[in-house]
Design a protein around this ligand. Structure first.
Ligand code: PGA
Length: 240
């Protein structure tokens, strides 16, 4: 596992964008696994800048996002589809038909989870998967539990996650209580993984990951089973 500790959020964003850009340059038709959340917003802004400057090309890129609330309309401004359009897809030369987010409006969530899993597998997994990390160590909506699920599935959200996301909705009661999420195996099928953590609130989860052991109490710790992981964090997340 490679660890890069940065001084500022801006530096984290630039370094992370560079890691993703390297994959795109090496493989113009790469499959990018993408994540939502406040942490990667700066990285997406950097990727938009690089695209506008002609340094990276999205025309042959395919994307697969980690997760989506369920149920939610893709037009809802809190949906992860909306987030991706707003933060990246609307600003780069990507073919929108090759951008994939689990469909929060699918009538049958379980069937959508199966379809999405098969789709990601049919692509051979992501060439690089971008991840954030929850304060409780979750990755995507794989929350700490006795058991973790390998494949894309429908899951209930924990109180902590509903709480953390409540700031984006009118009230905690408006946050969807379920999500469609890639499973641990789906995520680990990526050829390379970059996990980004900023702020002291992520220190405990990051420390658990960097400890090097594996526990279902910290789903992110499973990245220790993967042989091509880059951790990019700021000093606050690293030192607490
Ligand atoms: P955040 O979310 O980037 O908004 O902190 C990360 C996550 O929960 O995975």
């Amino acid at each position: 596992m490679e660890l890069i500790v940065c001084k500022t959020y801006e530096e984290v964003s630039q370094v992370s964008a560079k890691v993703v850009a390297e994959v795109m340059k090496a493989k113009p038709n790469a499959v990018l696994g993408l994540a939502t959340g406040s942490t990667p917003e700066g990285m997406y802004a950097e990727l938009v800048k690089m695209n506008k400057a002609g340094e990276i090309d999205f025309s042959d890129i395919t994307t697969v996002n980690l997760d989506e609330y369920y149920p939610i309309s893709p037009e809802n401004d809190q949906s992860y589809r909306y987030f991706m359009n707003k933060n990246l897809f609307d600003h780069v030369n990507i073919d929108k038909s090759r951008t994939n987010v689990p469909n929060g409006a699918a009538p049958d969530g379980e069937a959508e989870a199966k379809r999405y899993e098969a789709f990601v597998r049919s692509l051979g997994g992501a060439d690089i998967q971008v991840l954030g990390i929850g304060r409780n160590g979750h990755i995507a909506f794989n929350e700490p539990d006795e058991e973790l699920v390998p494949e894309t599935h429908v899951t209930g959200l924990t109180e902590d996650t509903i709480d953390a996301n409540a700031r984006f909705f009118a009230s905690a009661a408006d946050v969807p209580t379920k999500a469609l999420t890639m499973g641990m195996g789906t995520i680990l099928s990526a050829k390379k993984i970059i996990i980004i953590a900023t702020g002291a609130g992520k220190h405990a989860a990051l420390s658990q990951l960097l400890k090097g052991t594996v526990t279902t109490k910290c789903p992110a710790s499973f990245l220790n089973l993967h042989n091509n992981v880059v951790v990019v964090c700021d000093e606050a997340a690293y030192n607490g």
